[in-house]
Every structure is written in structure tokens, then in C-alpha cells.
Write a protein that binds this ligand. Structure first.
Ligand code: TYM
Length: 331
């Protein structure tokens, strides 16, 4: 029986944070460890240039993602781990897909509108094409399952639409890709508003942060008087309790809730205990990360071999697509 193809990626904007880890990378690891799946995971550096970026640090930021992936538990013996720009077939396929996607449709996507608000002076063709490139990432491997956070659902919907339209127009056989959700598919921000995100200052904790940084980040999470008859469903307090549940379990969360309804919840103590729990939970990842930093040759080898394996598949899909679209293709 043939295996189910899995693809996912993370933009190369520095280090992985808890949102990336719990919302996506844990799913990558679960699927890589199940022999039913054939997994490909990339640092998607071409997507990084769709918003303002620093060309002096892009290559390093890309490698940081790969090292965080490996430290978190991605295993090159079980999954392909590499960098998107080393597989140029993605960009070519994205251009072909762009020929069947309307500008109006792309302009209406909520993710596009958010980025326009964040960077009003940088509304580029590359930004408009973001979902088309993501569809190319996914469909270059005829991917059926994408482990990713809830925020990626609109993009995966676009991917399905592109697949359907390509199949109707040109007789390709792209599958209808589905998202694979982890239990924590939406990790909240430490600011009390929205999701944890690299682009929102003070909203995130990185996988390799030290204890002092984790404490500092939690300290700035907004709270309330710590007493009342209902616990807010949104905001800083709700988010802190979500983190308690993730790192310390539901029993600890319940005991804090009991304090809230009773004598009062002491947020200073909660934050100190939670910081230690997060730091301890991440210890194996930090240790592995240090080892990898001492071994750049190994990391480079993983990236190179991963790119070779990925290109073999993506170039076959590209040639097949071009042939079906009517291009002259040499065998
Ligand atoms: P990116 O780089 O923003 O995030 C990488 C992954 O982390 C997930 N994630 C979260 N999950 C839960 N809660 C959060 N607070 C949180 N923050 C981030 C994201 O959902 C994502 O799965 N467009 C993608 C990158 C991409 C891609 C792809 C993903 C390009 N091509 C093909 C899958 C398949 C993005 O910007 O992810």
C-alpha cells in the first residue's frame, strides 16, 4: 500500500516559538513517527521575502529553523528536512498555478488583508502570490495531509481550489489536501490578544529561551484581581491557564480555578511555577540544539540530502503538469 504524503513548512523568520511547536511541529513529529506517512518538512524561505526582511540574515534565519526542527525531534532518517529555495520547482509551479487564480480572490483573503495592514508600504506581487506558492509547496508532492495550525486553514482551502481547477482544466491528479490538527492548534498570545506570533512583539516564547526570558515574557502577560465568580474566556488570564494546562496538566489548572473562585489566585506564584515548568519541558530541545550548533556539517548534510530527495519528486510533478498544460516537455 502506498504511503500518505505529508508536507509542511515554517517561514524563515528566526526561531520556533511555542505556537509553532504545539500548533504544528508536534504534528510533524507524530506523522513522521507513523510508518503510514511519507513526510517532507521545510523552512520556507521564499515565503519569508513576501514581507520586509533582512537579506543579511535570511540564510542564517533559515538554518535556525532547520536546527530548531531537528532539536525538537524531526528525524532525517524518517522525514525529508530541507529548505524551500533549494527546490526551485516550487516557484515555477507557483507561476503556473498563478495563471488560474484571480487577483480579486487573492485580495480578499483575510491573511492578505492582515499583511496589508501590517506593511502598507510593501504590498507586492510576491505577497499577493503567497497562497499560490503555498499551494505549489503542497501540490508539488501531491500532498494529502498538512500538519499546521488553525491559521493556515484559509491557505489550505485555496490549495484545494487550485487542485480542483487544475484537475478540471488540464486533467492533472492533484489531491484535495486536508489539514492535520494538533490538540493545541491555536496557541494564544502572551499579550492577551490574538495568537502567539513572531510578528507581534512580546507575544511569544521561543523553544530555546532561557529561564530569565521566559519569566520576563510571562511577567508582562496581563491579569486581573485573581478573584471572581467567572473566569474570563479570553485575554491574559484565560491564556495563562491554557499554558498551565499544556505544561502542568489539567489538574493544576483546576486547582488554580478553585483558587480563583475561593481565596484568590496569586498570579506571581502561578507565573513563577509556570516559567519553571516551561523551561523544564524544553530542556531536551535546548540540549539537542547545543549539540547541533557544534555540528554544522551534519546540519548541512541533512539539508543537502533532503533537497535532493525533494527535487526528485517535485521535478516529476512539474514536468507532468507542464505536459498536461500543453508545454513542450522533453522526456
Ligand atoms: P508560520 O511560519 O507562520 O508558522 C509555522 C506553523 O506554525 C503554526 N503556528 C501556530 N499554531 C498554533 N498557534 C499559534 N499561535 C501558531 N503560530 C504559528 C502555523 O499554523 C504553521 O503551521 N504559511 C505558513 C508557511 C507555509 C506552509 C506551506 C505551511 C508555507 N508553505 C505549506 C504548510 C504547508 C506560515 O506562515 O506558517
Amino acid at each position: 500500500m502506498s504511503k500518505t504524503r505529508v508536507f509542511s513548512g515554517t517561514r524563515a523568520t528566526g526561531r520556533l516559538h511555542l505556537g509553532n511547536y504545539f500548533g504544528a511541529v508536534k504534528g510533524y513529529i507524530d506523522l513522521q513517527n507513523d510508518p503510514k506517512y511519507d513526510c517532507i518538512y521545510m523552512a520556507v524561505d521564499v515565503h519569508t521575502i513576501t514581507t520586509p526582511y533582512d537579506h543579511r540574515t535570511l540564510a542564517q534565519a533559515t538554518k535556525e529553523i532547520i536546527m530548531d526542527y531537528l532539536a525538537a525531534g524531526l528525524d532525517p532518517e524518517k522525514a525529508v528536512v530541507t529548505i524551500q529555495s533549494l527546490v526551485p520547482e516550487h516557484v515555477e509551479l507557483a507561476f503556473l498555478f498563478a495563471s488560474i487564480v484571480s487577483v480579486a480572490k487573492m485580495q480578499h483573503l483575510p491573511t492578505f488583508k492582515d499583511k496589508v495592514k501590517q506593511h502598507p508600504d510593501n504590498v507586492t506581487m510576491a505577497l499577493l502570490n503567497y497562497p499560490t506558492l503555498m499551494a505549489a509547496d503542497i501540490l508539488a508532492y501531491k500532498t494529502e495531509l498538512v500538519p499546521a495550525g488553525l491559521d493556515q486553514e484559509p491557505h489550505i482551502e485555496v490549495t484545494r481550489e487550485i487542485a480542483r481547477r487544475m484537475n478540471d482544466l488540464y486533467g492533472t491528479d492533484f489531491p484535495e489536501t486536508k489539514r492535520f490538527a494538533t490538540p493545541a492548534q491555536y496557541v494564544p498570545s502572551l499579550t492577551g490578544e490574538g495568537k502567539m506570533s513572531k510578528s507581534v512583539e512580546g507575544s511569544s516564547i521561543n523553544l530555546t529561551d532561557d529561564l530569565a526570558t521566559i519569566k520576563k515574557r510571562l511577567a508582562s502577560c496581563p491579569t486581573d484581581s485573581g478573584k471572581g465568580s467567572t473566569i474570563p474566556e479570553k485575554g491574559g488570564v484565560a491564556n495563562l491557564l491554557t499554558f498551565v494546562e499544556i505544561f502542568q496538566g489539567s489538574e493544576r489548572k483546576k486547582s488554580y480555578e478553585a483558587d480563583y473562585f475561593g481565596n484568590g489566585l496569586r498570579y506571581g506564584d502561578l507565573k513563577a511555577e509556570l516559567a519553571e515548568a516551561i523551561f523544564d519541558h524544553l530542556a531536551p530541545i535546548r540540549e539537542k540544539r547545543l549539540e547541533l550548533e557544534k555540528n554544522p556539517d551534519y546540519v548541512n548534510k541533512v539539508i543537502k540530502e533532503g533537497a535532493e530527495k525533494a527535487r526528485a519528486i517535485a521535478s516529476a510533478t512539474l514536468a507532468e503538469t507542464k505536459r498536461k498544460m500543453g508545454f513542450y516537455v522533453q522526456n
